[in-house]
Design a protein around this ligand. Structure first.
Ligand SMILES: Nc1nc2c(ncn2[C@@H]2O[C@H](COP(=O)(O)OP(=O)(O)OP(=O)(O)O)[C@@H](O)[C@H]2O)c(=O)[nH]1
Ligand SMILES: [Mg+2]
Length: 216
């Protein structure tokens, strides 16, 4: 009887688990973001930049919310490490793409990589959030400027693709996805916008599980 009740209690209080990957170019601030999320929800110390080294592989952070556990996988963004990202696509429930909004020189590179994530068939039905990080830095681009910059970059990409004979296939689907893309401004260092980003991911993983009638 005890085991039956214990089992029932465990079943009723069981938390659903979701996996969220944090990706983006090296130096975008992914690990700093993960440290900030952990400090907000697990009460660990806030991010200490001097203790954060470039990520080789992955870092995992787990947070517990009402009836839900979110597992964040912060993946290294250096060029050679990006090739492992796709291994996480099938199993993840949401993607957070982090961009350094203060580094104008690397925006185009950031868009190229972002575009390859967006165009991957594996991420097609997965909620995708674009985070314009380092909003605390002087001259960081605002959310509106980031969105415009991406649209300009995308327009240039389409113009040059049109000139190539193999242009085309899923263009319409891509455009719909871009049109409905959510962009949020954050400061991973100071924590500004971070709870809102976690809330967005929390709600979207729950909704998309329901819509797809589930894969956990
Ligand atoms: N001003 C400012 N600096 C930040 C912010 N977030 C991260 N940084 C700095 O950006 C640098 C890179 O941060 P990381 O968190 O290591 O970047 P990453 O994306 O994990 O890089 P990889 O592990 O190489 O992929 C560090 O010097 C951080 O202190 C932010 O919100 N504002
Ligand atoms: Mg890192």
């Amino acid at each position: 009887m005890y085991h039956l009740l214990k089992g029932l209690h465990e079943y009723l209080t069981r938390k659903e688990e979701f996996s969220i990957i944090i990706i983006g170019l090296d130096g975008a601030g992914k690990t700093t973001l993960l440290e900030n999320i952990k400090s907000l929800y697990n009460h660990t110390p806030p991010p200490q930049p001097s203790k954060i080294a470039p990520t080789v592989g992955q870092n995992l952070g787990k947070i517990s919310l009402p009836s839900t556990i979110l597992n964040f996988f912060d993946l290294g963004g250096q060029r050679g490490i990006r090739s492992i990202w796709h291994r996480y696509y099938d199993e993840c429930h949401a993607v957070a793409y982090v961009l350094d909004a203060s580094d104008r020189e690397r925006l185009a590179e950031g868009w190229e990589v972002f575009d390859s994530v967006l165009s991957s068939p594996q991420t097609l039905n997965v909620p995708l959030l674009l985070l314009a990080n380092k909003q605390d830095a002087p001259h960081a681009l605002s959310v509106t400027e980031i969105r415009n910059d991406y649209q300009d970059w995308d327009q240039r990409r389409r113009d040059s693709a049109r000139r190539r004979p193999d242009f085309a296939p899923d263009e319409e689907r891509r455009r719909e996805r871009i049109a409905s893309l959510d962009v949020m401004g954050i400061s991973a260092l100071e924590g500004r916008g971070v709870p809102e980003a976690v809330d967005w991911l929390f709600l979207r993983v729950q909704n998309s599980r329901r819509e797809r009638g589930e894969r956990i």
